[in-house]
Design a protein around this ligand. Structure first.
Ligand code: SAH
Length: 421
C-alpha cells in the first residue's frame, strides 16, 4: 500500500478504535453535523468573531455531540466556517477555520503552530513568548507559553482539549522541546465539563527553569508558579521603566517573582523594595535577585499591599517610583464596580507615596476594565490624592499577545506610567 494511504488507514483505525467507546468525543468524528444559524443573528460572526452562542443556532444544534467538529452555515446555507462544539457551554461553537477545504487534523495544528511561531520570531521573540494566544491565533481557548526549550500548555475548552495529542505532536515536530507541561489547573475548565489537572506532557523534567529577559535571568516554576509560571505579557513593558528608575528609590507592590523590581535594579535604581501577599512569590523574588546579583539593591517582603500602602501614606513615606501590578480584581461584569473601586484605592494609595516629580507605574490586567475606564480611574485617584499627573507611557500587553479588534478578551492589559507632580 502507498505510504500515505497506510498512514490514513492507521489514523482511521485509531479513530475507529476510539469510537467503540461511544462516550468518547472522537466518536462524533464519524458523524459530522451541520449547524445552521437562525435567520436573525448579529453580524458579529460574519464580521469575524469566532464564537457562536447557543441561542443563535436553530434546531440543528440538538444533534451535536460534545467536542465534535461541525460545519456552520447561515440560515440560507452559506458556509461560515468549521469549529468545535460544546452543547454544555453558552458558547456552542468556537470556529477554527473559515476555509471550507481545511480539514481539522494533526496537520492543521502543525500549520497553525508554525504560523504562530513565525509571527513571534518576526517580532523578535526568539527565546520566550506566548506562542499561542487563543482566539488571536485562531485556536480558541488554547494557550501555549514558550520558555526557551520548555512549553506550558493550557486547553481551556473541551473542544480543544480533545486535540491535545495533536498539539503536543506539533510542538515536538517544530521545536524538539526539552519538556512540555500542562497547566490545566484552571477553574474555567469546569464550566466545560473538564477536570482541573497539571502534569507532564513529555518526559519528566526539572520544572524550575531559567529564562533570559533583557539581559537578566529569572527562575520560572512552571509547576507551582501562578498561571503558566511567568507573566510574559509584561515583557515589553519591563523595558519601559529604563529611564525613570536611574538612581531612584523604588517601591513595587504585587511584585510576584520580582521581574519589574529586578529590572529596576538592572536599570540603575538605588534601592528597590518589592511586596507580595504570596510567601512563595516572595521567596522566588529573593532567589531571582540573588541569581542576578542584585540582592544588595532589591529586597522582597511579604505584605498585603492594600494595608501597607495605606499605613505608609499616612506616615508620609516617599519614593521616586512606585510600581503597581495587581491581579485581575474581577472576572465578571457583575463585580466590575467593586474592581473599579479596588483599582482606584490602590492607585490613590500608590500615588500618595510618590515624591513630587516622581513616577507611578501602574497596570490592570482585566479586559472588563477598558483602557478608557482605566485612565478615568487614574484620573479620579489623582484628584483624590490632590496631585497633578502627566502621562508618560500608555501601553498594552506585549506583541506576542496580538489584539484582535472587536474580540474584547484579546485586549486586556493596560500599562501606564504617569509623572506625579
Ligand atoms: N508584576 C508581576 C505580576 C504580578 S501578578 C510580574 O510582572 O511578574 C499579581 C501579584 O499580586 C501576585 O503575585 C499576587 O500574589 C499578588 N497579590 C494579590 N493580592 C495582593 C495583595 N493584597 N497584596 C500584595 N500582593 C498581592
Amino acid at each position: 500500500m502507498h505510504k500515505e494511504h497506510e498512514g490514513q488507514l492507521v489514523h482511521q483505525l485509531l479513530i475507529f478504535d476510539r469510537i467503540h467507546d461511544k462516550s468518547h468525543p472522537f466518536f462524533t468524528f464519524a458523524v459530522m453535523t451541520d449547524i445552521i444559524l437562525k435567520k436573525k443573528i448579529s453580524n458579529r460572526v460574519l464580521n469575524g468573531h469566532p464564537w457562536i452562542f447557543a441561542n443563535e443556532i436553530n434546531e440543528s444544534g440538538a444533534q451535536v455531540e460534545s467536542g465534535e467538529i461541525a460545519d456552520v452555515y447561515t440560515h440560507d446555507k452559506k458556509f461560515i466556517g468549521k469549529g468545535y462544539t460544546n452543547p454544555r457551554s453558552q458558547i456552542f461553537v468556537r470556529l477554527l477555520t473559515r476555509d471550507r477545504n481545511e480539514e481539522i487534523n494533526d496537520d492543521f495544528f502543525y500549520r497553525r503552530l508554525l504560523r504562530a511561531w513565525q509571527y513571534r520570531k518576526q517580532l523578535g521573540y526568539d527565546e520566550n513568548c506566548r506562542l499561542i494566544f487563543g482566539e488571536a491565533d485562531d485556536l480558541p481557548q488554547l494557550i501555549i507559553d514558550k520558555f526557551n526549550d520548555y512549553f506550558v500548555v493550557q486547553t481551556l475548552a473541551l473542544g480543544i482539549d480533545i486535540w491535545k495529542p495533536s498539539i503536543v505532536s506539533a510542538l515536538n515536530k517544530i521545536f524538539d522541546p526539552k519538556g512540555i507541561y500542562e497547566r490545566n489547573d484552571v477553574p474555567v475548565r469546569e464550566l466545560e465539563g473538564l477536570d482541573q489537572r497539571k502534569g507532564f506532557l513529555s518526559e519528566a523534567f526539572d520544572t524550575e527553569i531559567i529564562i533570559h529577559e533583557n539581559g537578566l535571568q529569572f527562575y520560572v516554576d512552571v509547576e507551582k508558579g501562578q498561571k503558566t509560571g511567568y507573566f510574559l505579557d509584561q515583557q515589553d513593558n519591563r523595558r519601559a521603566i529604563q529611564n525613570i528608575v536611574k538612581g531612584a528609590d523604588v517601591l513595587g507592590a504585587f511584585t510576584y517573582t520580582g521581574s519589574f523590581e529586578i529590572h529596576a535594579a538592572h536599570y540603575g535604581a538605588k534601592s528597590v523594595l518589592g511586596l507580595d501577599i504570596s510567601e512563595n512569590a516572595v521567596a522566588q523574588a529573593n532567589k531571582n535577585a540573588a541569581l542576578n546579583k542584585y540582592e544588595n539593591v532589591c529586597r522582597f517582603e511579604y505584605a498585603n499591599a492594600f494595608d501597607v500602602l495605606k499605613t505608609w501614606a499616612r506616615e508620609h513615606k516617599q519614593y521616586d517610583v512606585v510600581m503597581l501590578d495587581p491581579p485581575s480584581f474581577t472576572k465578571s461584569r457583575a463585580t466590575i464596580q467593586k474592581a473599579i473601586t479596588g483599582y482606584k484605592e490602590i492607585n490613590l494609595r500608590g500615588m500618595k507615596l510618590v515624591k513630587p516629580g516622581g513616577f507611578l507605574v501602574t497596570s490592570s490586567c482585566t479586559n472588563l476594565v477598558t483602557a478608557q475606564v482605566f485612565l478615568e480611574i487614574i484620573e479620579m485617584a489623582a484628584k483624590d490624592a490632590r496631585r497633578r499627573i502627566r502621562q508618560v507611557v500608555f501601553n498594552t500587553q506585549s506583541a506576542d499577545h496580538p489584539i484582535i479588534w472587536n474580540l474584547e478578551n484579546t485586549h486586556y492589559l493596560k500599562f501606564l506610567i504617569v509623572q506625579v507632580m
